[in-house]
Every structure is written in structure tokens, then in C-alpha cells.
Design a protein around this ligand. Structure first.
Ligand SMILES: NC(=O)c1ccc[n+]([C@@H]2O[C@H](COP(=O)([O-])OP(=O)(O)OC[C@H]3O[C@@H](n4cnc5c(N)ncnc54)[C@H](O)[C@@H]3O)[C@@H](O)[C@H]2O)c1
Ligand SMILES: CC(C)[C@H](C(=O)O)[C@@H](O)C(=O)O
Ligand SMILES: [Mg+2]
Length: 364
């Protein structure tokens, strides 16, 4: 039995969150696992209901769960609230409270989408890398921070143990992959980045089988678009990782394709990389695949159900190879479908790949 804290949030978070839960239920049922889904408010909708974007009740539901799924938070309606009441503050507080310092954002090209990107096919073929973003430190959390009529400031700060633990994760992940880590920083300008680089080099002493290189963040942004195949694991700080992972999103054709896992020593949260997309919210247009793929990561990392995770990914691939596309990845000749239709087709394909593999009575 596994407990999921389900926080759909705002905008398309609700639509793609529902898709994710539908898939999770079907997958669990077929693997003979009981899922208990505990739905709670977070973000703007929580502010509207309780005057706070993150309540103790929601936080407690996350502490009590085996895994958290979050849709997205934010929207125009809440943009002028004070910083601590903004929907986004809830997400940051949640990440910090759960100690989710390691954010894994895989950028992998789904073969059927190779012609849908704004980038050329030859550039994209075989691209498969991870942006490993430090998630509970850096400028997102540094003090002091404030603004008034004359000035605004934030503090980019990293402590030794924060860099050490994320660097260890990077090298460990690389060991299971192609054994290459590029640490991305701005050491030519920022002291905090020089410190980051020094610590990464120190940690690397214990991982001599892994190739370590360093790259400035401006160059890295360019290299991801120029030649993404060169990357295996990109290790970077909170702010740089936020920006680089959206760039990496375009490799997959759309932000709506990019999943993520945020892990700490005790808790785990899964969410699509994209936001609440106010421009398409409530129209059944959103691409649910980033969320469904985040569910695949949940089954893999939190429930240790690798087979289930692989079959979800196989179902996504099959759906795409059949030509089904939401609007964000649609090209002439494709079959245009809504969020809910895409979800139903992925579920149908999951059932097919499940039975094709002769897993009719799969028990863990
Ligand atoms: N994790 C989160 O909750 C999260 C992440 C990013 C942004 N946000 C918030 O979301 C709000 C909107 O931010 P934004 O517009 O900069 O970023 P966004 O990711 O919401 O949208 C950027 C663009 O991508 C499109 N898009 C995003 N996800 C899509 C999907 N699944 N299917 C199809 N198209 C998709 C949108 O329509 C939009 O054109 C803001 O309030 C922001 O703070 C939240
Ligand atoms: C909504 C915002 C707080 C968040 C971030 O900046 O971390 C988002 O952009 C993301 O990438 O998860
Ligand atoms: Mg972001």
C-alpha cells in the first residue's frame, strides 16, 4: 500500500494532475498495489480558501505520504500578492520543508517527436541527459532579501554541505549512465560559483571513474541548443537549473513533455517542470505527458516498481507513435487530441503493453 499526497494546485495543474492520478490508479491496480490518494489544496486556490498558499494540513498530508504529486501553482489573479503569500512561495516552502534538495529533470527525446521540435533532427537524435538542479539553497532561499522603492536585493549563498550532497548525487547518477558530469556555474564572475566549483572538485576525488568538466552557465545555455548530445548529467545550482531545464524542455518539443522528481533523504515530490499555463487553463488543451511521465518516475524512485515505470513510458511512446498530439506538439497530419483524450489513450496503451508482456497476473 502506498499513500500519495495529491496537490493539483492551480490552472492546468488541475487538468494534468487528474490525468496523472487516473494513470497512477490503473497502473497500481494492474500491479496489485493499493494506492491511497489524499487530495489537498496548494497555491492560489489554497490562498482563496484559507488565506494561505500552504496550510499545515497540506504540509502534514505530505509528511504522511510515501510520495507527493504536484500539478502546478500560480496565475495572474495572485501576481500582486505580497511575496510570502504568492502561490509560488508555497512550492518553495514545501520543497524546503520536505528537504527536497535534489531535483532531477530528464531531457530525453521521444523518437516519434523528433520532427516536432524547433531544433533539427540531427541535433536531437539520441539526446538523453539529466539536469540535476540543487533545489533548497542558493539565491532562492538566501538571506538577506528585500526590496523597497529604491532598491531590491537577494543573496546567492551556498554552504559546503549543500554543495557536497548534490555533487555526490550527480556523480552517483552518472555512474548509472554515461559517467560524465558537467558542473555549470558562473565562476568567472561570482564568488559563490567559485566556491561551488572548488567543492565539486573536492567531492570528485571520491568519484575518479566519472569524467568531470566545468562550464559557465551562459555557454551551457547555448551548448544545450547547439549540441545537446554532449551532455550526460548537468549539475547546477537552483537558479541556473531553473533556467537550463526550461531550455532543455524545448529539446523534447514542448515544456508539456518534461517530468521531474525532487528527492531528499526522507521525502519525494513529483511534478511536471511546466507551470499553471494561464493562457490555456480550463480548456482541456494541456499536454498531460509531463505529468504522466512524472508518475513513471514516482513508481520507479518511490515505489521501486521499475517495470511499472517502464510500461508507463512505453505507453507514452506508443501513443506518440500512433500520431496523437495535444496542441503544443501538433503538426500537420497528426491527430489532435484534448488532455482527457490523450490520457485515455495512454491508459489504453498501458493496458496493451501490459498484456503484451504477459503480465496479466503481475504481483510484486
Ligand atoms: N512548478 C510550478 O508550479 C510552476 C512552474 C513554472 C511556472 N509556474 C507558474 O505558472 C504561472 C505561469 O507561468 P509561465 O507562463 O511563465 O510558465 P508556464 O510553464 O505555465 O507556461 C509557459 C508556456 O508553455 C505552455 N505550456 C506549459 N505547460 C504546458 C502543457 N502541459 N501543455 C501545453 N502547453 C504548456 C503555456 O501554455 C505557455 O505558453 C506563473 O504563475 C508561474 O509562477 C509554476
Ligand atoms: C514556480 C517556481 C517557484 C518554480 C521555480 O522557480 O523553481 C518553477 O519555475 C519550477 O521550475 O519549478
Ligand atoms: Mg521553472
Amino acid at each position: 500500500m502506498y499513500k500519495i499526497a495529491f496537490l493539483p494546485g492551480d490552472g492546468i495543474g488541475i487538468e494534468v494532475g487528474n490525468s496523472a492520478m487516473k494513470v497512477a490508479k490503473v497502473v497500481a491496480e494492474h500491479f496489485n498495489v493499493e494506492l491511497i490518494i489524499n487530495e489537498k489544496l496548494i497555491g492560489g486556490c489554497s490562498y482563496d480558501e484559507f488565506g494561505s498558499p500552504l496550510t499545515d494540513e497540506t504540509l502534514q498530508a505530505c509528511y504522511d505520504a510515501d510520495a507527493v504529486f504536484l500539478g502546478a501553482v500560480g496565475g495572474i489573479k495572485w501576481e500582486s500578492l505580497p511575496h510570502n503569500l504568492k502561490p509560488e512561495a508555497a512550492l518553495l516552502k514545501l520543497r524546503k520543508a520536505l528537504g527536497l534538495y535534489a531535483n532531477i529533470r530528464p531531457a530525453k527525446i521521444y523518437q516519434p517527436l523528433i520532427d516536432s521540435s524547433t531544433l533539427r533532427k540531427e541535433v536531437l537524435q539520441d539526446v538523453d541527459f539529466i539536469v540535476l538542479r540543487e533545489l533548497t539553497g542558493g539565491i532562492y532561499f538566501g538571506e538577506p532579501r528585500a526590496y523597497d522603492d529604491d532598491k531590491g536585493f537577494n543573496t546567492m549563498i551556498y554552504k559546503k554541505n549543500e554543495v557536497e550532497r548534490i555533487a555526490k548525487i550527480a556523480f552517483t547518477l552518472a555512474r548509472e549512465r554515461n559517467r560524465k558530469v558537467v558542473s555549470v556555474d558562473k565562476a568567472n564572475v561570482l564568488e559563490v560559483s567559485q566556491f561551488w566549483r572548488n567543492i565539486v572538485i573536492q567531492v570528485h576525488q571520491e568519484f575518479q571513474d566519472i569524467e568531470l568538466t566545468h562550464m559557465y552557465v551562459d555557454n551551457a545555455a547555448m551548448q544545450i541548443v547547439r549540441n545537446p548530445k554532449q551532455f550526460d548529467v548537468i549539475l547546477t545550482s537552483n537558479l541556473f537549473g531553473d533556467i537550463l531545464s526550461d531550455i532543455a524542455g524545448m529539446i523534447t518539443g514542448s515544456l508539456g513533455m518534461l517530468p521531474s522528481a525532487s528527492l531528499g533523504s526522507k521525502y519525494a515530490l513529483y511534478e511536471p517542470v511546466h507551470g499553471s499555463a494561464p493562457d490555456i487553463a480550463g480548456k482541456n488543451l494541456a499536454n498531460p505527458l509531463a505529468s504522466i511521465s512524472s508518475i513513471a518516475m514516482m513508481f520507479n524512485y518511490s515505489f521501486q516498481m521499475k517495470k511499472a515505470s517502464e510500461l508507463i513510458e512505453a505507453a507514452i511512446n506508443k501513443t506518440l507513435s500512433q500520431g496523437y498530439r495535444t496542441k503544443d506538439i501538433f503538426n500537420e497530419g497528426d491527430k489532435l487530441v484534448s488532455t482527457t483524450e490523450m490520457t485515455e489513450i495512454v491508459i489504453k496503451n498501458f493496458l496493451e503493453v501490459f498484456h503484451e508482456q504477459g503480465l496479466g497476473v503481475f504481483t510484486l
